[in-house]
Design a protein around this ligand. Structure first.
Ligand code: NDP
Length: 246
């Protein structure tokens, strides 16, 4: 996307980023902070979240907050407690980037392992729903709030062997559309981003033989992440946006 964000695009906004310790989420957290946001860094591995925290502070960004959470094991109560803590600390949320996700195992459909399928659905679908529910009341308290899901090319057109991951991303597209419709007359706009092939560890796991240097870096796809998170996309609702349009 050809979009130039103002330096203070997200000034004083409070934005939760999931999967903020690695890959695209880490870059999104750094980018949002560099545009003025107070970023709440959620992820599984505390040491990675601390690295993102240190990078933001070293760049003189607003001091972030860290929320360690394993979305595979978390219950509804964990998300309710998290929302309560955010409310106590910040009073509202201006944005949420639901970025954390897992690939699971690629295999022929006949060989899908049920336990692996259920883990992918828990992290990529059920956890997103459980997290979003208690956060909506915090988003409603903002003047202008953005909720962004993370989709994938295989969540729009099925592909052989992508089994559970692709089905989870189709579900993500559906969840985004349903919420966008329910919230169409509110201050909360709901969209999704399909990052496209991006140089991260998830991508290299899925395509081990690929030359990663030919892929876009997370930093190169940030214009779409800034546009949909900030006020310039105020009228965009229910869209699944490709960060790397063909
Ligand atoms: P990475 O594997 O690099 O990062 C995934 C992030 O999600 C990590 O920070 C990881 O935390 C976190 N995460 C995974 N499982 C859990 C869990 N159980 N609880 C909490 N956090 C968890 O992936 P990408 O950056 O590549 O992917 C980001 C998003 O973009 C995903 O939703 C992915 O499906 C999507 N996507 C990526 C594409 C690509 O080419 N890279 C293409 C299309 C879509 P930790 O490191 O601590 O495990």
């Amino acid at each position: 996307m050809d979009y130039q964000a103002a330096n203070d695009l997200l000034k004083d906004r409070v934005i939760l980023v999931t999967g903020a310790g690695d890959g695209i989420g880490r870059q999104a957290a750094l980018t949002y902070a560099s545009h003025g946001a107070v970023v709440i860094l959620l992820g599984k591995t505390v040491s990675k979240l601390e690295q993102t925290y240190d990078l933001i502070v070293a760049a003189n960004g607003p001091e972030p907050a860290i929320v360690p959470l394993d979305m595979q094991g978390a219950t509804e109560q964990h998300y309710i407690d998290m929302a309560t803590t955010i409310e106590e600390q910040f009073g509202r949320l201006d944005g949420v980037l639901l970025n954390a996700g897992m690939l699971g195992v690629l295999s022929p459909f006949e060989q899908i392992d049920l336990a692996s399928w259920e883990t992918v659905m828990k992290v990529n679908v059920t956890a997103q729903m459980m997290m979003t529910k208690p956060l909506l009341s915090l988003l409603r308290k903002a003047d202008d709030a953005a909720l962004i899901f993370t989709s994938s090319g295989v969540g729009k057109k099925g592909r052989a062997y992508w089994g559970s991951y692709a089905v989870s991303k189709f579900a993500t597209e559906g969840m985004m559309q349903i919420l966008a419709d329910e919230l169409s007359n509110t201050n909360v706009r709901v969209n999704a981003i399909n990052p496209g092939a991006t140089r991260t560890s998830m991508r290299s796991t899925a395509y081990p033989g690929e030359d990663a240097n030919k892929l876009k870096t997370p930093a190169e796809i940030m214009p779409t992440y800034l546009y949909l998170m900030g006020p310039d996309s105020q009228d965009v609702r229910g869209q699944s946006v490709d960060a790397q349009p063909k």
